[in-house]
Design a protein around this ligand. Structure first.
Ligand SMILES: [Zn+2]
Ligand SMILES: [Zn+2]
Length: 381
């Protein structure tokens, strides 16, 4: 980011931390967390520690980091190097990222920023080649649309279901946030998960995503040496967890052993198994496995700004998820006018305002100017 862009973004971010300090949520056991700052000029500082809300906020207003992170882990000595921190446990966290969902709308709002000359090419179905220097390498920048957000919401709702129905987590312990760009973050306030080590969290991710779910778990066993199977439903029944999800999709219940057995006879065990696999993929949640399994991660702090967009990592009430509009509710930067030079025609909506800009220069409210600068699609002029 050039100096002029940094100055504009820094000004808007500082104003946010002054005016909207109440948005920033402090973690429990604040003095035992590790904090990290990403800087606008590039580079990351980790192993920071604060004793109080006042100290955190003073740091944000003074340093104006581009991104602020806090450990999900609790440490005895958060400022020491990792192997001396003395890990005491970590909150359970999840990350749903719209870019991992393979949504069909994405190519229509993905801009390509050339890796060598930084020229921006507008969305196109054609194979990429920079219009200015013909380079084939580019950074992909997306302006998420409402369909992207609906896609992430669908995953988030599925995860909420799993957490409550399958894991028995109390609804009031689930904190849901818009990530500040194109997805949702979950923080689970349930201390019983804190001691889980990385392999245990990895098992949990496997369960939630339905990876490696076996036909055996609903009582279907391949007969040795043939493509037939033997059906014996589990004693515990088919009415909870994955067994229920698969049974519902197969439209069977505990009385359907013969019906299922005939069905497998018709299509063969291999075909049945791949049917169950694709049902499991469809019913599972697409979460980032690395985020959940890393017990030393610093994770974006609730209520802080995301430098990929200038939007806030904003709390979303899980009962209001359908009506939650992040482009409205997480857009909290000011609206003083800022002149920008646009690198490409763009369209987007923020704070209830639709922007469709094809001119090379424009005067925009700060929240929109910062959005485009953060995306690399405009420069402050
Ligand atoms: Zn180029
Ligand atoms: Zn989209």
């Amino acid at each position: 980011m050039n100096d002029k862009n940094q100055e504009i973004v820094r000004g808007a971010f500082r104003e946010y931390y002054f005016k909207h300090s109440s948005q920033v949520e402090m973690p429990q056991d604040i003095a035992h967390r590790e904090f990290g700052y990403m800087h606008l000029a590039a580079g990351m500082t980790r192993h920071l520690s604060f004793k109080s809300r006042g100290e955190v906020m003073a740091g944000l207003v003074r340093e104006v980091p581009s991104d602020v992170y806090c450990s999900n882990a609790i440490y005895r000595f958060p400022t020491l190097p990792m192997n001396e921190k003395q890990w005491q446990g970590a909150d359970l966290i999840f990350d749903i990222d719209g870019k991992d969902l393979d949504l069909p709308c994405v190519p229509s709002h993905t801009y390509r920023v050339c890796a060598s000359c930084k020229h921006v090419s507008p969305p196109s179905e054609k194979e990429y080649a920079c219009l200015s220097c013909a380079s084939k390498k580019a950074e992909h920048v997306s302006i998420p649309c409402s369909r992207c957000i609906d896609g992430s919401k669908k995953e988030a709702k599925r995860l909420i279901d799993f957490l409550i129905e399958d894991l028995g987590i109390n609804k009031s312990s689930i904190r849901l946030y818009f990530s500040g760009n194109n997805g949702f973050h979950f923080h689970i306030d349930d201390e019983s998960y804190r001691p889980l080590d990385s392999p245990a969290r990895s098992d949990l991710v496997g369960y939630l995503s339905g990876i490696g779910l076996m036909a055996e778990s609903i009582g279907v066993r391949k007969s040795p040496g043939s493509d037939l199977a033997f059906v014996k439903f589990p004693k515990g029944g088919l009415d909870y967890g994955w067994r229920k999800k698969i049974a519902d999709r197969l439209k069977i219940d505990a009385t359907s052993a013969i019906k299922l057995s005939n069905r497998i006879k018709e299509k063969g065990f291999s075909a049945f198994k791949s049917e169950v696999d694709s049902m499991a993929r469809e019913a599972g949640v697409r979460i980032d496995p690395q985020v959940t399994t890393d017990v030393h991660r610093v994770f974006r702090m609730p209520g802080t700004l995301n430098s990929k967009s200038g939007l806030t990592k904003k709390r979303c009430d899980i009962d209001q998820i359908d009506s939650f509009d992040p482009f409205q509710e997480a857009c909290l930067l000011g609206d003083s006018k800022i002149k920008v030079h646009l690198k490409t025609p763009v369209k987007f909506s923020l704070k209830g305002e639709s922007f469709r800009i094809s001119k090379e220069s424009a005067e925009l409210p700060a929240f929109a100017a910062v959005y485009l600068i953060c995306k690399g699609l405009a420069d402050a002029s």
